[in-house]
Design a binder for this molecule. Structure first.
Ligand SMILES: Cc1cc2nc3c(=O)[nH]c(=O)nc-3n(C[C@H](O)[C@H](O)[C@H](O)COP(=O)(O)OP(=O)(O)OC[C@H]3O[C@@H](n4cnc5c(N)ncnc54)[C@H](O)[C@@H]3O)c2cc1C
Length: 419
């Protein structure tokens, strides 16, 4: 997505470029496939339909492919042996059983607390802001869950701080919410009929032969005042080279031309995740659930595809899809249980189904499993402080700036503008 998004922005500006992708299909971690009558997404399941994302969908002619999730779905937290709904409005949250009465009321003191400090951990920041209980059981898992990381090992200035700055939050998290009527929910989540891979496929199609699939870049060399990109059977001169590969591959590519930067990039930690598609029938209705940080389990969380885009959700643009009905996606592993990804698919499926049953009370059957990795955005990101690349070399990747799809698109725009 980082490479394709940048390619699109350069094309819009009339620049000459080529995007090299090692794999035979575009999308990187964004991968959709049909199996056993289900449409499975192994990477991102959804993205918020912001104005700029909507414009991209329109430009690529994907309007008829778009699926919108129902706007009223809340997440759940598994804590003390049962799922608890976390309403995404202050009034709803205060009336919920997501935390004890004291814990919920403590959240109201948040506007009186100081703003983020770059040197504190994300855990310390949230604890200071919303109190220990709501941090540990609600906010910590919902935020850390995005990365499979321990918020105690994430540093505000290296991770959350960037998001807060982009959102214009300097002191209170709650005040902007209250100004908007107390709700967190603003924009609907969306996907596509054939899954999230529709997006990179359409971008690659639009860029035509400027995207070269099955073409790994082997290394980069200096050439005069510019660069030479070395492929398997040819090499190409370039004025600028943008590395959009994951950190380990980026470090290899930069080793000869920027050895100091390469050795720092190589130290970034990734969290291994196992993603297991499950079939189940439950009356639950929501976005999905995460486990409280007090639950040290191999399961990190589950997405309810059934409610997002299946018939359990009654899609806003008509009825839900049969190919997501009864579908749930479980995420296992992360910082605390990284070993789980090493077990075979059958055992992984059984483990995911057992964990699902333990949390929801409903049996589930495994459909298929894959392994993924997530940049941890933890303390190891201090290696990137004041990182400098030689003139004409750039990085634009999910380890370099905000990893969500919206962040990838925004970064591509910024970099294309400066190039
Ligand atoms: C399981 C999971 C769930 C997620 N859920 C969400 C979500 O719900 N919403 C959201 O917004 N974001 C989500 N994300 C994050 C988001 O999907 C990723 O951060 C983003 O897609 C990463 O894009 P990228 O292009 O930076 O990296 P990648 O997708 O890793 O792409 C890097 C590409 O570089 C290629 N490559 C590597 N080495 C070379 C080489 N030498 N030569 C040529 N090509 C090379 C690889 O083949 C790959 O295609 C999720 C991520 C994961 C893993």
């Amino acid at each position: 997505m980082s490479g394709l998004a940048l390619g699109r922005e350069l094309a819009l500006r009339g620049r000459e470029f080529a995007v090299f992708e090692a794999e035979s299909q575009p999308g990187g971690v964004i991968r959709s496939e049909r199996r056993d009558g289900f449409l499975l997404d192994w990477g991102p399941q959804r993205v918020r339909l912001t104005a700029s994302f909507g414009a991209l969908v329109d430009d690529l002619g994907l309007q008829d492919e778009l699926l919108l999730a129902p706007p009223d779905l809340d997440p759940f937290i598994f804590r003390d042996a049962r799922l608890r709904q976390v309403p995404l409005s202050l009034r709803g949250f205060l009336a919920s059983d997501a935390a004890s009465l004291g814990g919920r009321l403590r959240v109201l003191l948040e506007p009186l607390t100081a703003g983020p400090r770059d040197d504190e951990s994300v855990a310390a920041f949230f604890t200071r802001k919303v109190g220990r209980e709501v941090y540990q059981h609600v906010v910590g898992p919902l935020y850390g869950g995005l990365y499979g990381s321990d918020p105690g090992d994430m540093v505000v200035g290296l991770s959350l701080g960037r998001l807060l700055r982009d959102m214009g939050i300097r002191r209170s998290l709650l005040r902007p919410l209250l100004a908007r009527g107390g709700g967190l929910r603003q924009l609907p989540a969306c996907s596509f009929v054939e899954g999230m891979q529709t997006l990179p496929n359409a971008l690659a199609r639009a860029l035509g032969d400027r995207v070269r699939l099955s073409t790994p870049v082997r290394t980069i060399e200096r050439e005069g005042g510019g660069w030479r990109v070395i492929l398997d059977r040819e090499s190409l001169p370039a004025e600028h080279v943008v590395v959009t590969a994951p950190a380990p591959a980026a470090a290899t590519l930069l080793r000869r031309v920027a050895p100091e930067a390469a050795s720092r990039i190589a130290t970034l930690r990734y969290n291994p995740l196992a993603v297991v598609a499950l079939r189940s029938e439950t009356p639950l209705r929501g976005l999905g659930f995460q486990l409280s940080l007090a639950e040290s389990r191999p399961l990190r969380g589950v997405t309810f595809n059934h409610n997002l885009f299946g018939e359990g959700g009654a899609n806003r643009r008509g009825s839900g899809r049969a190919d997501r009905t009864g579908l749930y996606t479980a995420y296992l592993g992360g910082w605390s249980h990284s070993d789980v990804v090493a077990v075979d698919d059958h055992s992984l499926g059984q483990l995911a189904a057992a964990e699902f049953r333990r949390c929801t009370g409903f049996p589930a059957e495994s459909i298929a499993a894959v392994r993924q990795v997530m940049p941890a955005w933890d303390r190891s990101w201090s290696a990137l402080e004041n990182l400098r690349l030689p003139r004409g070399l750039h990085a634009a990747a999910n380890w370099e700036s905000r990893p969500g799809l919206a962040g990838r698109l925004a970064q591509a725009r910024l970099l294309a503008e400066s190039l």
